[in-house]
Write a protein that binds this ligand. Structure first.
Ligand SMILES: Cc1cc2nc3c(=O)[nH]c(=O)nc-3n(C[C@H](O)[C@H](O)[C@H](O)COP(=O)(O)O)c2cc1C
Length: 120
């Protein structure tokens, strides 16, 4: 609640991310702290304070933007649920599927990260 910027760095494991991050999410999504339910629906208690989230995510194959991706879309949803809608993802994909291009993919992502960092 005290933070105004959140950075998550995850590898994709079985179409999602590691259990440790899920445990963290389950610890911070707390009624009365980060959201509340009302008769007219949930209220996001972390909204309107300029908070932003950056998710840096890597995967061996190519899943980003596809239905089977339960990592980036899930984190985006849960942060939005608490009111943090300024969400950006930097995804490094295909590092195992096309190993001889892995370095190229990483260099491209690092370049994007440098650009994103200026605004973040
Ligand atoms: C247990 C396990 C499960 C994985 N599941 C997936 C997966 O579902 N999809 C995928 O594209 N890559 C999967 N991978 C590959 C990792 O996402 C990839 O190796 C990792 O993102 C590379 O990041 P790193 O260089 O930071 O370790 C898996 C790797 C492991 C060890």
């Amino acid at each position: 609640m005290a933070a105004d910027k959140y950075v998550f760095v995850t590898p994709m494991y079985n179409l999602g991310f590691l259990a440790g991050l899920k445990m963290y999410i389950d610890s911070v999504c707390v009624v009365g702290k980060t959201f509340v339910y009302t008769a007219t629906g949930p209220v996001r208690l972390l909204k309107d304070q300029g908070r932003k989230c950056l998710h840096i995510h890597s995967s061996g194959g190519f899943h980003f933007g596809k239905k089977e991706d339960h990592s980036v879309p899930y984190l985006k949803s849960i942060m939005g649920f608490m009111g943090i809608e300024d969400f950006e993802a930097i995804v490094v994909e295909g590092v195992d599927a096309i190993p001889d291009r892995a370095e190229t993919f990483k260099v491209a992502a690092a370049e994007r990260a440098r650009k994103v960092a200026i605004q973040f």
